[in-house]
Write a protein that binds this ligand. Structure first.
Ligand SMILES: Nc1ncnc2c1ncn2[C@@H]1O[C@H](COP(=O)(O)OP(=O)(O)OP(=O)(O)O)[C@@H](O)[C@H]1O
Length: 242
């Protein structure tokens, strides 16, 4: 089963296509990494998948329904946007209260236990937390919604190496122990290496490579996801320049 399916999907801003002719399937029960240079169209694709943007062309389904038109699909998706979306003037406890009231399946016990484990005080205003702690709070709130699909846009960009590692451990545990499907964009290829089973490589608004990481490494005779992505993007950049 696929959690996201796109067919001829495109998004245009004015005269510029941010995403073009995107056809792909994101499989259930895996971590799928969305990789590509700045401006490649990663955020655009994620926004289309979660219903925050409407397609200019083609179609996308998520958890079997149209993103914006299907309450069942929206209920099953947790999305953490690029800029760690917490209300800065609210405390962590307030964020839990707010999220709980907006979500039917919110697991408060899980959220509180996880924040205690991380040593994040519930009384503290979110603006006073470190970048890593803010990212962990956003991830905890997302996971406590008990989603079937977790969508993360650049979740580890602001984190130090240890915080990155811990964050990705949590994401991996959610995928392997709880069967949550994960779609995440990141520039931190080393962290994706151990997490991602599937890869989607975007460049200049188009999907250049998509599939199971193991298969792609074998086909392209690469030893790591980092090597595969870098060599493919460099080669493609040269082809475009010619
Ligand atoms: N709201 C918008 N209005 C106009 N152009 C936009 C808008 N959002 C994105 N774009 C353009 O679409 C293209 C793709 O942007 P997008 O944010 O999806 O890239 P990205 O791969 O997420 O980049 P980054 O790695 O830098 O976050 C870029 O050229 C960007 O300038």
């Amino acid at each position: 089963m696929n959690v996201v399916e796109a067919s001829g999907l495109g998004k245009r801003y004015g005269g510029t296509w941010a995403l073009r002719e995107c056809t792909l399937a994101v499989p259930a029960g895996h971590v799928t990494a969305l990789v590509g240079p700045n401006g490649a169209g990663k955020t655009t694709l994620l926004n289309l998948a979660v219903g925050l943007a409407a397609p200019s062309a083609g179609r996308v389904t998520v958890l079997g329904g149209r993103p914006a038109g299907s309450p069942a699909a929206l209920d099953g998706i947790a999305f953490v946007a690029q800029d760690t979306p917490l209300y800065r003037n609210l405390s962590v406890a307030d964020m839990i209260y707010l999220t709980r009231n907006l979500n039917r399946h919110f697991d408060r016990a899980y959220a509180e236990a996880r924040l205690a484990e991380l040593g994040i005080p519930q009384k503290r205003k979110t603006r006073k937390l470190s970048g890593g702690q803010q990212a962990q709070v956003a991830l905890t709130l997302a996971l406590a919604r008990r989603p079937r699909l977790l969508v993360l846009d650049e979740p580890v960009a602001m984190l130090d190496p240890v915080a990155r590692h811990d964050f990705m451990d949590t994401v991996l545990a959610a995928a392997s122990a709880d069967g949550v499907s994960v779609l995440l964009s990141s520039h931190v290829l080393a962290e994706l290496e151990r997490a991602a089973g599937y890869l989607v490589l975007l460049s200049r608004g188009q999907v250049r490579l998509a599939g199971e990481v193991k298969g792609l490494l074998a086909t392209h005779e690469a030893t790591s996801l980092e090597e595969l992505a870098l060599s493919y993007l460099r080669q493609h950049a040269t082809e475009v320049a010619r």
